[in-house]
Design a binder for this molecule. Structure first.
Ligand SMILES: NC(=O)c1ccc[n+]([C@@H]2O[C@H](COP(=O)([O-])OP(=O)(O)OC[C@H]3O[C@@H](n4cnc5c(N)ncnc54)[C@H](O)[C@@H]3O)[C@@H](O)[C@H]2O)c1
Length: 315
């Protein structure tokens, strides 16, 4: 069999962020139209902090069915290895033929930032111009890249577990983004209180962002916690927000940010106002005024990966 394979370098070169943002907007419109199917990921724990995820999906408009197979090893950043490593395999819906395989590490990196950009464009204030990044790894880098595609950002506050890491992140990005002032922060509060947009992109099991730090009008992308036992937002943060997610099924199964305050009796399930598909299609109103705090909870969907891989394999 003559198998088409796209390496990490090829994916990163071809899947440019603005292209991926458009692809992700199309994916969520297709969700709204019922042209996609997505299964909640199946997780095989390897050891604490290490898992294998299997994520199947079907994209009828691309005649593609397939799955992402991915390891998530949260401590890999200490070894300078990606936390997510895997592949995305795409098959034809017509005859089941394997169309090809793409590096899943690169697709995960780019599409996650791109999905947050779609949500931010719909939920953040139009004049939002300051960004706080909680975490300084691959997703902090990708969110900086993607959010600067949808808002004119002039200051980025960075908080990592150590000030040295925050400073290293700032230093590594100053040259690439000359119009942005980078401010490493010793305390999470200092990052949050100055930001119009906050992205939490850490593997923390416990809250890194407190609701009392968040000013009115802020938009939050909560990206790092993808299991019911993990959370990056404290309960106040979720309770005070207009709360949206990528998929209701994933949110109810995998979002500690949402499920902890539900279990504490602070909110009911109807606190979840809608999915990104509802926002993209205009079925649900996102922000109602400049004072609202909005949250987009990203759990990560197979259809996002498959849409990227199907597009890359056609190119
Ligand atoms: N929702 C999605 O679709 C999606 C997709 C990809 C990654 N993620 C998640 O986003 C998170 C970040 O991914 P990444 O690829 O950037 O990882 P990474 O390993 O590249 O970076 C992780 C960053 O978090 C910091 N960190 C580590 N432990 C922490 C803690 N306890 N508290 C606060 N900060 C801590 C590290 O210092 C580092 O800056 C992970 O939890 C990952 O599983 C989610």
């Amino acid at each position: 069999m003559d198998l088409k394979y796209l390496s990490r370098e090829e994916v990163l070169q071809k899947l440019e962020m603005p292209v991926c943002i458009t692809l992700m907007r199309d994916v969520f419109q297709a969700f709204a139209d019922g042209r996609l199917e997505n299964k909640i990921r199946s997780v095989l724990p390897v050891e604490p902090g290490k898992l294998l995820g299997i994520m199947p999906g079907l994209i009828s408009y691309e005649e593609a069915v397939g799955a992402k197979l991915i390891t998530v090893f949260h401590d890999n950043y200490k070894k300078h290895l990606p936390s997510h490593q895997g592949i995305v395999a795409v098959f034809s819906t017509e005859d089941g033929t394997l169309k090809g395989i793409c590096d899943g590490t690169a697709i995960t990196a780019v599409r996650t930032g791109a999905v947050s950009a779609v949500a931010t464009d719909l939920l953040a204030r139009k004049d939002a111009h300051t960004l706080a990044l909680f975490g300084g790894g691959v997703q902090a880098d990708m969110h900086l890249k993607s959010l600067t595609c949808v808002r004119r950002i002039d200051a980025v506050y960075v908080w990592c577990p150590s000030l040295a890491e925050s400073e290293a992140f700032a230093e590594a990005h100053r040259e690439q983004y000359p119009g942005i002032e980078f401010i490493p922060c010793e305390q999470g509060e200092d990052a949050a209180k100055n930001a119009d947009i906050i992205c939490t992109v850490t593997p923390s099991h416990t809250p890194v962002l407190k609701g009392e730090w968040v000013k009115k009008g802020t938009h939050i992308n909560a990206v790092g916690a993808c299991a019911a036992k993990d959370r990056e937002l404290d309960s106040a943060c979720t309770v005070q927000s207009r709360f949206f997610c990528d998929s209701r099924g994933s949110c109810m199964a995998e979002s500690g940010d949402f499920l902890f305050p539900v279990q504490e009796g602070l909110i009911a399930e109807d606190h979840l106002l809608g999915e990104l598909a509802d926002l993209v299609s205009g079925r649900v109103q996102g922000r109602q005024n400049d004072e609202d705090i909005t949250v987009f909870e990203a759990l990560g969907l197979a259809a996002e990966d498959l849409a990227c891989a199907a597009w890359l394999l056609k190119e």
